[in-house]
Design a protein around this ligand. Structure first.
Ligand SMILES: C[S@@+](CC[C@H](N)C(=O)[O-])C[C@H]1O[C@@H](n2cnc3c(N)ncnc32)[C@H](O)[C@@H]1O
Length: 356
């Protein structure tokens, strides 16, 4: 029996791990916003353009995607940028621990005047210095972490798991920084209640944000905030798009919702530990995906029926967009995900994210 963090790390990223074993095709097991519609990539491009303008249009403008999967989002952003003045300066970088997918290594994204092809660079670690936009969509929920549970005497203990079967038992009392993290972000008292100790995610996000010299860092993920934590935690498994018991044997994706307020605090500059109105510093923005996409102009309004008579093709295209927008902004689904944005050394606020 081992702690969940160790079990999850081996099951996802070990030599026979779900994401890293030879021949793994993890994208077959989940469908994220990036897979749902090009509208998501178009919104990310709009955000990148805002960052670009606030940076004074640097050349190159980095677009770094941590946990890029098969590169679907980066490819779609590059495709959406094709022909724009931004395209020749865009430097897309996929950061992935899984093997790079087979297929074309280059995505065409040059303009008519500058037909440079935009090559997506693949790496296993985050570049040391980023000028531009750093992304992490549904990465943090896959960062391994420990689970805690309150025993019948009220003692908060680590949950241990058998990697072969998923059977659990309780181990040592939670101590040290993990205990401090729970006390601050997810206090447990009632016997039987559980929490996922988000400290490794806070650290992972703080490390990633620290790589941004100038620009912004955006995490998009499902999660929860203080006061609305699920009493039994959220650790679960997925296989072929279906939820399955979380057995850490490498046969399924393992994921737990992200404590996004803790992550926000970790990614904010240390000198802005303000109380009250701006708990993550004055510049950090934490909104739902529905709100973020609305601010970025994603519109789920159905086209007027009259358009169907005037221009049936345009009508059908706008209808498909409206339906995809509705899925991306559905408060009970993808729209309920969080967007966490940290601007870094920008000369003026990014317009769509000026808090109202
Ligand atoms: C749920 S998938 C999300 C893929 C993609 N971002 C999307 O939204 O469709 C999480 C990805 O993060 C990758 N990953 C996890 N930890 C990583 C790390 N430390 N560095 C790079 N990639 C990582 C996994 O291999 C996996 O492909």
């Amino acid at each position: 029996m081992v702690r969940w963090r160790e079990a999850m790390a081996a099951a996802l990223y070990g030599s026979r791990g779900f994401f890293t074993r030879p021949g793994a095709s993890p994208a077959a097991h989940f469908r994220t916003s990036a897979h749902t519609s090009p509208l998501f990539a178009a919104a990310i491009l709009r955000l990148a353009a805002q960052v670009d303008a606030a940076l004074g249009r640097p050349d190159p403008l980095d677009l770094v995607d941590i946990g890029a999967g098969g590169g679907e989002l980066l490819s779609a952003v590059v495709a959406a940028a094709a022909g724009s003045p931004l395209a020749p300066r865009l430097r897309p970088v996929a950061v992935e621990v899984t093997p790079r997918p087979a297929g074309p290594a280059r995505v065409e994204g040059g303009t008519g005047n500058d037909p440079r092809a935009v090559a997506v660079t693949w790496r296993q670690s985050v570049p040391g210095a980023v000028t531009g936009l750093l992304l992490a969509t549904e990465w943090l929920d896959n960062v391994p972490l420990d689970v805690a549970e309150v025993d019948t005497d009220g003692v908060v203990r680590y949950v241990l798991v058998d990697p072969a079967t998923g059977e659990e038992s309780l181990g040592e009392p939670v101590a040290g920084p993990d205990r401090d993290w729970l006390a601050r972000w997810w206090p447990l008292t009632e016997p039987g209640t559980r929490a996922e100790i988000g400290r490794p995610r806070d650290q992972a996000w703080a490390d990633a944000v620290a790589r941004v010299r100038r620009g912004a860092a955006l995490a998009v993920d499902y999660g929860h905030l203080a006061g609305r934590r699920p009493p039994l935690g959220t650790l679960t498994g997925f296989r072929h798009g279906r939820e399955v018991p979380p057995v850490p044997d490498g046969s399924c994706d393992l994921t737990a919702h992200v404590a996004l307020d803790a992550v926000a605090r970790a990614g904010a500059p240390p000198d802005t530990d303000a109380e009250g109105a701006a708990p993550y510093g004055p510049d950090t923005v934490l909104v739902t995906q529905a709100e973020a996409l609305r601010r970025l102009g994603v519109d789920g309004t159905r086209p007027p029926l009259a358009l169907a008579h005037q221009d049936p093709t345009a009508y059908l295209r706008r209808l498909a967009d409206a339906s995809a927008a509705a899925e991306l902004t559905d408060p009970g689904g993808l729209g309920g995900h969080h967007w966490l944005l940290h601007p870094v050394a920008l000369s003026h606020p990014i317009r769509p994210f000026v808090a109202r």
